[in-house]
Design a protein around this ligand. Structure first.
Ligand SMILES: NC(=O)c1ccc[n+]([C@@H]2O[C@H](COP(=O)([O-])OP(=O)(O)OC[C@H]3O[C@@H](n4cnc5c(N)ncnc54)[C@H](OP(=O)(O)O)[C@@H]3O)[C@@H](O)[C@H]2O)c1
Length: 257
């Protein structure tokens, strides 16, 4: 297949691109970076989701799109909805794209974070695009949660929402599932994918401290509002769809100190 990957330089995108290359697909990656680090044989198309011209170049000749680009973190998904709309319009015009896979997040319709509202709007655009599509929702990546803990582990006291629940999953596991779905054809909303276990932040931090010795002191913070209640209730988890892949403890043990 000839596949355009957006977000191919990100946490999810890197293992997805590597897998597609391994399977012999012709892969292009849209990236804003002047010279992104990509596996041999992968073509980079420099550009932004906000540029029609870049998207036309990127989509040209592709018969499938794996759309994982997103203004993550403090970007709060700004620009994601317009960018996804633009990409879908260009993909629909070219007519060669027969499958569009969108990477999304479990619980975005139940937790009113602004980032999640924007992801939900993107999902709705994909579903209404008329292009054969798949939407894969996954739970939070190990890499995201370990990034958050790395940021606070040296603080003298780390204030954390200890009762929130997560079902962390390796980004590579989600990438493997996305690639499997992409090559097997459009299926609308695919089954959600979560990691092997649902853990509270308290449980995750205990594992973290036992491997890394930090943070030395942790205090639980209780946050008000529907977002906090959503994470406390585990609306971002899907225990019935747990994978049997890398567990949190294995991920933490594998991090360099
Ligand atoms: N992180 C999680 O826990 C998690 C869980 C479930 C689902 N997801 C979803 O998985 C997808 C990938 O997440 P991630 O954590 O891998 O993200 P990430 O590591 O932050 O990478 C973001 C990617 O998006 C690209 N990008 C951002 N803005 C762009 C723009 N305006 N134009 C073109 N490319 C742009 C970046 O490319 P360049 O910098 O090279 O331009 C980069 O490759 C997202 O849709 C996210 O919502 C994430």
């Amino acid at each position: 297949m000839r596949i355009l990957v957006t977000g191919g330089t990100g946490t999810f995108g890197r293992p997805a691109v590597a897998r597609l290359v391994e399977q012999g697909h012709e892969v292009r990656v849209l990236s804003r970076r002047p010279s992104p680090k990509l596996p041999a044989g992968v073509q980079a198309v420099r550009g932004d989701l906000s540029s029609d011209e870049a998207l036309r170049d990127a989509v040209w000749h592709a018969n499938a799109v794996l759309h994982a680009a997103s203004n993550t973190g403090l970007g709060l998904g700004r620009g994601d909805v317009d960018g996804t709309q633009r990409l879908l319009q260009i993909a629909a015009r070219g007519a060669s794209v027969t499958h569009f896979l969108y990477v999304s997040i479990v619980g975005i319709d139940r937790i009113p974070l602004i980032y999640y509202r924007r992801k939900l709007a993107c999902e709705q655009l994909v579903a209404a695009s008329g292009i054969g599509h798949t939407i894969l929702r996954a739970t939070q990546f190990h890499e995201l949660l370990s990034g958050a803990l790395l940021a606070v582990e040296r603080w003298p006291i780390a204030p954390l929402p200890l009762s929130w629940r997560f079902q962390p999953v390796a980004a590579a596991e989600v990438a493997a599932r996305a690639v499997e779905l992409l090559v097997s054809g459009p299926q609308g909303r695919a089954p959600d994918l979560g990691g092997p276990e649902v853990l509270t932040v308290d449980e995750m931090v205990r594992v973290w401290r036992s491997h890394r010795g930090h943070p030395r002191r942790v205090i639980g913070v209780s946050l008000p509002g529907r977002v906090a209640r959503g994470f406390q209730s585990g609306f971002n988890t899907c225990p019935a769809n747990a994978s049997d892949a890398r567990r949190w403890v294995e991920h933490v043990a594998g991090l360099s100190s």
